[in-house]
Design a protein around this ligand. Sequence first.
Ligand code: FES
Ligand code: FES
Length: 162
Amino acid sequence: MAKISLTVDGEKVSDEVEPRMLLVHYLREKLGRTGTVVGCDTSNCGACTVHLNGRSVKSCNVLAVQADGAEVTTIEGLAANGQLHAVQEAFRECHGLQCGFCTPGMIMQSVDLLNENPHPTEAEVRFGLEGNLCRCTGYHNIVKSVLYAAEHGSAHSEGAQA
Ligand code: FES
Ligand code: FES
């Protein structure tokens, strides 16, 4: 077992984990952050996307021990003070989801994309989301949501970490 200490959604946690444990399994099984989902387990779908020190990563592709000392934000830490993040609002406003399975990862990736490029073109949004798969929406409303969030600005910076 390996000792790890990290901050998840603004909360400090220390734990002992098997060195082979994936970050996504740690978040879901040990911390109950089931908003972060497993769609493939082979780093294809992006459903497991979280932020590690402010940048998006596919958490099925990161070991829990690699997050030692890091700040992790999941979809459950994005809203702050009862207020949805601007990207969450935009997905709601523009119907950027159907079944919602891909949505946590889509939103976490979109936030990172907008942090890097606050005013992307449609093509840049599509390129930025190429690692996130959706089986329902045809992507159109997802892209619209990200452009809407860019246009309407960020309600607040990354919630629970602030
Ligand atoms: S579960 Fe991580 S990319 Fe699909
Ligand atoms: S909304 Fe169903 S997979 Fe994207």
